[in-house]
Design a protein around this ligand. Structure first.
Ligand SMILES: Nc1ncnc2c1ncn2[C@@H]1O[C@H](COP(=O)(O)OP(=O)(O)OP(=O)(O)O)[C@@H](O)[C@H]1O
Ligand SMILES: [Mg+2]
Length: 317
């Protein structure tokens, strides 16, 4: 049974923010980003997106995601520098503003999700030339990169091969090479640390940028929005029996949309019932607590009021 506080928080979720004095606002699907010179104030709202549509909000999602990303940025800072300066509120990161690369770095350890759907349909958009006869959720011998463009708002990201990223001039071969190395290094670190907590980091997405000549990882890291997480216990047995994995990530939502509503991104998205919102919030909570080994304080109440108070205390408002 999900914690009753998840249901109690349903009417208080943070769907949008409006802080004109905080800086120039850019509204992404999940985050509201305010630019102040060379700094960004990144507010992770409770908005939930899938297949590039914002569908609803989830109780505590912004706090859970942002606090988890902050945890991971700290845990991986020895591998690659990141944009984090401060976390003045559970759902806010103040970061250094970077010149973002136009490419998203998706790293995958397993054949699952959209890559499985491509493979099954005989598509190879990343020119991976995977061998025939692989099974759903099969582990790769080593992690693979499946890059895609960062599409402007309202458009879908475009998958492409490593070669195409450089050929099309999206990144110089030097920037590609160093970001690839960084992505694989972060992923290896994420997998090792997750394994210590009984979790499998299946795949994830990184965004990188430059501050001067320095490569930094920006945006979020190793959250259930940007990554797949499976519970390690029983995972091999499930795979051997051809059963689905126990997932603690957004794939739960994608599966629900596909199976229960026949929605995979085209047309108008269906409404999301409260039971499903609570079920998903429970997955995010569970992912947070397993990965960090820490209990998350669920404080039911108005997120906006708390946020404003903390931004003022940090002299950001
Ligand atoms: N340090 C940083 N410097 C510059 N941009 C950043 C930094 N960190 C994150 N961003 C950008 O801020 C935005 C975060 O918002 P969010 O994740 O909600 O957007 P999104 O919906 O994923 O993508 P889109 O940009 O297509 O709306 C992303 O566009 C991300 O690239
Ligand atoms: Mg994003």
């Amino acid at each position: 049974m999900p914690d009753a506080r998840l249901t109690a928080q349903l009417p208080h979720t943070l769907s949008s923010t409006d802080f004109p004095t905080l800086g120039q606002k850019y509204q992404g699907k999940v985050r509201d980003t305010y630019a102040q010179g060379d700094r960004l104030v990144l507010i992770t709202t409770d908005r939930l997106s899938a297949f590039d549509h914002v569908l609803t909000t989830l109780p505590f999602k912004g706090d859970l995601l942002n606090t988890l990303a902050h945890f991971w940025f700290q845990k991986t800072a020895h591998v690659v520098k990141n944009h984090v300066l401060d976390m003045p509120d559970p759902c806010v990161i103040v970061g250094r503003r970077a010149e973002p690369f136009k490419v998203e770095f998706v790293v995958r350890g397993y054949l699952t999700g959209s890559l499985w759907r491509d493979y099954e349909a005989g598509r190879d958009p990343y020119a991976l030339a995977l061998p025939p006869g692989m099974k759903k959720d099969q582990k790769f011998d080593r992690a693979l990169l499946t890059p895609s463009t960062k599409a402007p708002i309202g458009e879908h990201d475009e998958p492409m091969s490593e070669q195409a990223v450089v050929d099309r001039g999206l990144l110089s071969s030097r920037d590609w090479a160093r970001a690839k190395e960084a992505a694989l290094g972060l992923f290896a670190e994420g997998q090792q640390q997750s394994a210590r907590h009984g979790m499998i980091l299946v795949d994830t997405k990184y965004e990188f940028g430059l501050i001067g000549q320095e490569l930094v990882v920006i945006d979020e890291m190793h959250t259930p929005d940007s990554s797949r997480f499976w519970i390690a216990e029983g995972s091999q047995e499930r795979f051997d029996r051809g059963e689905p994995q126990q997932m603690l990530d957004k794939e739960n939502l994608r599966q629900w949309l596909i199976q229960e509503r026949g929605f995979s991104g085209q047309g108008t998205p269906p409404p999301i019932p409260d039971e499903v919102r609570v079920m998903l919030a429970d997955k995010y909570l569970s992912a947070f607590e397993r990965i960090t080994g820490q209990q998350f304080k669920l404080e039911v109440g108005d997120v906006r009021a708390r946020l404003e108070k903390n931004l003022r205390a940090a002299k950001l408002l």
